[in-house]
Design a protein around this ligand. Structure first.
Ligand SMILES: Nc1ncnc2c1ncn2[C@@H]1O[C@H](COP(=O)(O)OP(=O)(O)O)[C@@H](O)[C@H]1O
Ligand SMILES: [Mg+2]
Length: 242
């Protein structure tokens, strides 16, 4: 099923403005705003506790912000949490079917077939999820996020538990999605990953969005030369008091 061609010059697929969230006295997000274009790959990077999960779960509609708003595409967004709720005793196809029903997808069986093909899981359809490799399990998570064929997919730390080869396969797969026009926002604390796999990076630190731009622009702003991206990133944070 070919999706209509979309280009990065289209209207934003998702827009967040003025997002703030606190937990008691702790400010997890402060006045964060940005937009995602169709087909754009956006990485949210920042230290642990920076607010990445809070931001993504607000974009996904799992949490409500204390202030601010999210404009989502009409078909909603896909959400791939860091700790997915898969049923390890059920097969891949059974998990997908269950989630398709929970999400009230119009034609669950067709959605399951599409997802098995799209996530390259057809030959794993009958395998118990508990017996899958970490890489394949992650593909099931992503398949579930894609069940409703969303225009924007949000992934929280999608590669944290993967080995380098599984990671490469993940990013190949993600590249196929953006190539078809899906806007993608993911978080990572592995900054080299954002350098390799992002059109744009958002830097969150202590709940504030302190940078938006390409990885090269971030490197340039850090003022560091002759060092790798991670060192440039750490320097960038340090110079801004984080
Ligand atoms: N449910 C919660 N209750 C209390 N504090 C929370 C909760 N969720 C997140 N926080 C706090 O908000 C901040 C941001 O957390 P989080 O969004 O998980 O950061 P990240 O994903 O970047 O590591 C942290 O200080 C964290 O302790
Ligand atoms: Mg997190």
């Amino acid at each position: 099923m070919a999706a209509p061609a979309r280009t990065a010059s289209d209207a934003p697929a998702l827009r967040a403005s003025g997002l703030s969230r606190r937990f008691g006295a702790r400010v997890a997000l402060r006045d964060v705003g940005f937009a995602v274009s169709p087909g754009e790959l956006v990485a949210v990077i920042g230290p642990n506790g920076a607010g990445k999960t809070t931001l993504l779960s607000i974009l996904a509609g799992i949490q409500s912000p204390d202030a601010g708003a999210v404009e989502r595409p009409s078909g909603g967004v896909g959400w791939v949490p860091q700790q997915p709720a898969l049923y390890s005793k059920l097969s891949v196809a059974e998990n997908l079917r269950l989630f398709a029903r929970l999400e009230r997808v119009a034609d669950p069986e067709a959605a399951v077939e599409r997802m098995l093909a799209q996530a390259d899981l057809a030959d794993r359809a009958r395998d118990e999820v508990g017996r899958l490799s970490g890489g394949n399990r992650q593909r099931v998570n992503i398949a579930i996020g894609l069940l409703a064929d969303p225009a924007v997919l949000l992934l929280d730390e999608p590669s944290t538990a993967l080995d380098p080869r599984q990671r490469e396969r993940l990013w190949d797969f993600v590249g196929g999605l953006t190539g078809r026009g899906t806007g993608i926002v993911y978080s990572t604390h592995i900054v080299q990953e954002a350098e390799r796999y992002a059109d744009r990076v958002l830097v969150l630190a202590d709940g504030e969005l302190i940078f938006t731009g390409t990885p090269r622009e971030l490197e340039a702003e850090s003022g560091a030369s002759g060092v790798d991206f991670e060192a440039a990133f750490v320097r960038f944070l340090h110079e801004r008091g984080h």
